[in-house]
Design a protein around this ligand. Structure first.
Ligand SMILES: Cc1cc2nc3c(=O)[nH]c(=O)nc-3n(C[C@H](O)[C@H](O)[C@H](O)COP(=O)(O)OP(=O)(O)OC[C@H]3O[C@@H](n4cnc5c(N)ncnc54)[C@H](O)[C@@H]3O)c2cc1C
Length: 416
């Protein structure tokens, strides 16, 4: 149902002071708002283009586990953050821990096997259904008295000034402007606010799509996550509640259409053929969706009075499940700096403060972007020598505790 989630805070025009104005209420914008909201005296306004669902306080969240939704693998670091925010108890009712990770290449001998127990952790991370994650985050936002949410609002322009930045907004026929010391552009890979701020981005299409669906197999998933490289592209299989599994199948652009349009039986048969029998027999599938894959990296992330965050700053290939986990580490670093500045009575839009944030984050961002990109390109190459090298690499890797530990730490979001 369309509407606003925060009727009490919805204002046409600026009734309350705004310290941080966030454009974009996706996973990143909402998480940043929740992190900042813990700082007493800090006022946050979040602007979202889409009308958000109306959530009634005290009522059960309107969610039914489905075969149709996208899922996200949250690293241990991300889970720990939501735990600190007091949200993990609610989130984990629809989350599934990953106890093992199997990486293999179809038709070849190499295989890498990571076990959480060997790394002395309970899990490598958790897989959560995006729809549930969104509902829990929105409900938490609703409880924050220092956050105002304006949904169903379009951004029509940004006007940076010396002491503040102004966002021009529109809801229906109503036009209004909001002014704040700092604007955070968190409106996704196609960020309009990034454009309004005059920041260019490099976009490199992979000429691939991620076909996403949910399946059931005749065997239990045993909390194992699979990354299987096939001649058609990598297939990630992640464990979900009630024995379901999330599928992210990377395919050359154009090949997804037939797999979306065909019958469920035909799809299951082709998935089985591509993936093999490692996870058991695929017996049921949900609706299939396709996401075109493009590596997008903004040229800069810090400007006077503005920061570019989340997919607007860097949108990566989902092969390694690192995109959101990286964004969350950005959110933590930005929150730390902004809260400290607020306590010191400093200007939150001060360019040197925002530049320091950017400088602190570029290494981690660069490493994760390169890591994801190299996996995609390394495994897309069928040259015989490379195939052999990959497989020897995987076998030796499986025998090398130090290398395994390094990758495990990466998967858990502990290495930067
Ligand atoms: C198939 C797939 C699987 C993935 N799996 C994983 C995974 O397992 N683990 C992981 O860590 N990451 C994963 N990712 C990456 C993850 O989904 C992204 O990192 C994350 O969605 C980024 O969130 P965001 O809020 O920055 O952007 P978005 O999710 O794009 O949200 C942007 C928000 O801004 C709003 N908006 C847009 N324009 C405007 C405007 N002009 N004004 C106001 N609001 C606006 C949109 O409506 C939206 O709500 C995956 C990605 C894909 C494609």
């Amino acid at each position: 149902m369309a509407g606003t989630i925060l009727e009490k805070n919805v204002v046409a025009g600026q009734e309350n002071p705004v310290d941080v104005l966030i454009i974009g209420g996706g996973m990143v914008g909402v998480t940043l708002a929740l992190l900042l909201a813990r700082e007493p005296g800090l006022h946050i306004t979040l602007v979202e283009a889409i009308s958000l669902p109306v959530l009634v306080p005290g009522e059960v969240l309107p969610f039914r586990p489905s075969f149709d939704a996208r899922n996200t693998a949250l690293s241990r670091r991300t889970v720990a953050t939501y735990r600190e925010l007091g949200l993990w108890d609610a989130m984990q009712t629809h989350a599934t821990p990953i106890h093992e990770i199997h990486v293999s290449e179809r038709g070849h001998f190499g295989m890498a096997h990571l076990r959480a127990a060997e790394e002395k952790v309970e899990s490598f991370g958790q897989v959560i259904e995006n729809a549930w994650l969104g509902l829990v985050l929105l409900q938490a936002l609703k409880a924050c008295s220092n956050v105002t949410v304006l949904d169903g609002v379009t951004l029509t322009g940004i006007e940076p000034g010396e002491k503040s930045v102004t966002a021009h907004l529109q809801r229906g026929n109503e036009r209004f402007a909001l002014t704040a010391p700092l604007l955070v552009a968190a409106d996704g890979a196609q960020s309009v606010s990034r454009d309004f701020l005059g920041v260019a981005a490099d976009s490199t299409p992979y000429e691939q799509v991620a076909l996403v669906t949910t399946v059931a197999t005749h065997l239990p998933h045993d909390n194992i996550a699979y990354e299987r490289f096939t001649e058609h592209g990598p297939i990630a299989l992640l464990p979900l509640p009630e024995g379901r599994r999330s599928v992210v199948w990377t395919l050359p652009l154009g090949e997804e259409k037939a797999l979306i349009d065909c019958s469920d039986e035909a799809f299951l048969q082709q998935l089985q053929q591509a993936f093999g029998k490692r996870a058991g027999r695929f017996v049921k599938t949900g609706k299939r969706f396709a996401y075109p894959l493009v590596l997008t990296v903004a040229h800069i992330q810090a400007l006077p009075r503005a920061v570019i965050l989340g997919n607007a700053a860097h949108s990566l290939h989902p092969v390694a499940g690192q995109g959101f986990n990286l964004c969350l580490r950005d959110c933590l670093a930005l929150t730390e700096r902004l809260c400290e500045a607020h306590r010191q009575g400093r200007d939150l839009g001060d360019f040197s403060l925002l530049k320091a944030y950017e400088a602190a984050r570029v290494d981690d961002q660069h490493n994760v972007i390169q890591f994801s990109d190299k996996i995609v390109r390394g495994f897309s190459n069928a040259t015989p020598g490379l195939t052999l090298a990959r497989n020897i690499g995987m076998v030796t890797f499986d025998l090398l505790p130090a290398a395994k530990q390094a990758l495990a730490r990466y998967a858990m979001g502990l290495n930067q």
